[in-house]
Design a protein around this ligand. Structure first.
Ligand SMILES: [Fe+2]
Ligand SMILES: [Fe+2]
Length: 251
């Protein structure tokens, strides 16, 4: 478990939070489902683990930034929080409205949960975005993250139940679900592949099944071609291709 002192008094070690993470891992850590209905929750679970691991890394490194490197940490932490904000925007613009049409009421709790931490999430993003090396205070940042982590992780676990394969395939055809999966992926992807792929891959354990890209994309194109534009940020990821700092304790 999280024995590292950085995490010992943090919500990252809270047993309820860890139980939510275990629920998410259970959905993610299986072979990629064959059906579109199965892929929906599976891909969502991996995306949620990107949030967990990138937040964990930003939290861990907040007071371990090497002298002169604040700008790189600042960008990494900002992007980690933006990742969740953009994920929720993508769900609210593409996935939820379509599912509500087919399964009325099914997304109400998800929308409520998004709203519940929208304010503090926005405040945390603003705090990090506007920080400078002089102004940034690791304890303040960690306090903000600890304050919303339980609600965020509860949502990230419970949302998976709302898009469970059987519930989707009861009311939607495989083609409709494929279209929804693609729409969510496109809404979330952004247009900066030199950021998105290295960020996602380095936020998940090496060798895991997500993203479902050919091996050479993850092991050759990612580390050798897409790496460089944001090279200074990647040392702060949970699973860096080229490690140069104390590793983020895994738990
Ligand atoms: Fe989600
Ligand atoms: Fe969500």
């Amino acid at each position: 478990m999280a024995s590292h002192p950085v995490f010992s008094n943090s919500k990252f070690s809270d047993s309820t939070v860890l139980a939510e993470v275990a629920k998410i891992r259970k959905v993610a850590d299986v072979p990629r489902p064959a059906t579109a209905a199965g892929k929906a929750a599976w891909a969502m679970a991996w995306t949620h683990l990107v949030v967990w691991n990138s937040w964990r890394a930003a939290y861990f490194y907040a007071d371990k930034v090497p002298t002169g490197d604040f700008e790189a940490f600042h960008q990494y932490a900002t992007r980690s929080i933006q990742f969740l904000v953009e994920h929720h925007d993508a769900e609210e613009s593409s996935l939820f409205p379509e599912l509500e049409k087919k399964i009325p009421g099914s997304m109400a709790k998800n929308e409520e949960q998004h709203k519940a931490f929208l304010g503090p999430l926005g405040d945390m993003l603003k705090y990090v975005e506007s920080s400078t090396a002089e102004k940034f205070d690791a304890a303040t940042f960690r306090g903000q993250m600890d304050a919303i982590l339980p609600a965020v992780m509860e949502h990230l676990a419970e949302e998976l139940d709302t898009i469970e394969a059987g519930k989707l395939s009861d009311k939607l055809s495989e083609e409709e679900i494929t279209a929804l999966n693609t729409a969510l992926h496109m809404a979330q992807r952004g247009d900066d592949n030199k950021f998105a792929l290295p960020f996602v891959v380095q936020s998940l354990p090496p060798g895991c099944g997500f993203p479902p890209a050919p091996g050479f994309v993850k092991t050759v194109i990612g580390p050798w071609m897409l790496y460089w534009k944001y090279a200074s940020l990647w040392k702060y990821t949970a699973y860096p291709w080229k490690a140069s700092l104390e590793p983020v304790p895994d738990f």
